[in-house]
Design a protein around this ligand. Structure first.
Ligand SMILES: NC(=O)c1ccc[n+]([C@@H]2O[C@H](COP(=O)([O-])OP(=O)(O)OC[C@H]3O[C@@H](n4cnc5c(N)ncnc54)[C@H](O)[C@@H]3O)[C@@H](O)[C@H]2O)c1
Length: 257
């Protein structure tokens, strides 16, 4: 028996680094995985690889959320797990509170925060119908710190943390749990892009830009997407049945600074 045997899981951003690692792990532990993303090629490939299904979904589209949850319930009979992993870093060069455009501010919040809200709102009644469920929202360690170069990103992730607490409180009596996961520096496309941009902006090479970030991490190394996926697995399965509204850092000790 897998740790999430027979449970039905939607994973947004499932074609990307952390979402894809989570999809593989939940599938290996027996879940019926429904991946969604806007990157159709990677999403379809991964769904085939793990024996799951893929849906094209832009998480900012309200109508797509309701048709997705309806189709998952009718295909699989229930929705038990939702992992809100879709996210963007935004414009890493122009993200100071002084320079960020209003359009960019809204774009980052639309995907990272509004997309997570729409997912929670749609999942709550479906999970209630299923007798309970688990929502895992991917925030970031920067929800707790100032983010002078990526102010829209930091604000959106702090919003995800607050939303998580509201959803957890609202859903508790119906056993609809909601927790947030706060990754630090995890080796994915997003982090590569942040380091490449920081290297260009500071006239350093890529390794030097990465070393500057790593200097803040007591363990002195990057995390892997699987490190985050293992925490999500715990929160998704019944081992965490009494855990809700909590925040989990997966950051090699960055939060200690
Ligand atoms: N990598 C890190 O160091 C790190 C640290 C903290 C938090 N996070 C968070 O983890 C989550 C996953 O990021 P990742 O590092 O795997 O990056 P990634 O870019 O590899 O994956 C993100 C995925 O989201 C998808 N996506 C983007 N916009 C979308 C939209 N509008 N609708 C649906 N899907 C969309 C992308 O296509 C991609 O597949 C994000 O929420 C990110 O903010 C990452």
């Amino acid at each position: 028996m897998g740790r999430v045997e027979g449970k039905v899981a939607i994973i947004t951003g499932g074609a990307g680094g952390i979402g894809a690692a989570t999809a593989r792990l939940l599938a290996r532990e027996g879940a019926k995985v429904v991946l969604t993303d806007i990157n159709d090629d990677n999403g379809r490939k991964l769904a085939d690889e793990i024996g799951g299904t893929y849906h094209h979904q832009d998480v900012t589209d309200e109508a797509q959320w309701s048709s997705l949850v309806k189709s998952v319930e009718s295909a699989h009979g229930a929705l038990n797990i939702l992992v809100n992993a879709a996210g963007i870093e935004g414009d890493v060069s122009g993200g100071t509170p002084e320079n960020a455009s209003y359009a960019e501010w809204k774009r980052v919040h639309a995907i990272n925060l509004d997309g997570t809200f729409l997912g929670c709102r749609e999942a709550i009644p479906a999970m209630r119908r299923a007798g309970g469920g688990s929502i895992v929202n991917i925030s970031s360690i920067v929800a707790h710190f100032a983010t002078p170069f990526t102010a829209p990103y930091g604000s959106s992730k702090a919003g995800v943390r607050h939303l998580t607490m509201s959803v957890a409180h609202h859903g508790a009596a119906d056993k609809v749990r909601c927790n947030s996961v706060h990754p630090g520096l995890i080796r994915t496309r997003m982090l590569e892009n942040i380091h490449a941009t920081r290297a260009r902006d500071t006239n350093k090479d890529f390794d030097a830009a990465r070393a500057m970030s790593l200097a803040r991490v007591p363990m002195g190394e990057l995390g892997e997407p699987e490190d985050v996926a293992y925490m999500i697995l715990y929160l998704a399965c019944d081992e965490s049945r009494y855990v809700t509204g909590a925040a989990f850092n997966i950051d090699g000790g960055w939060n200690l600074n």
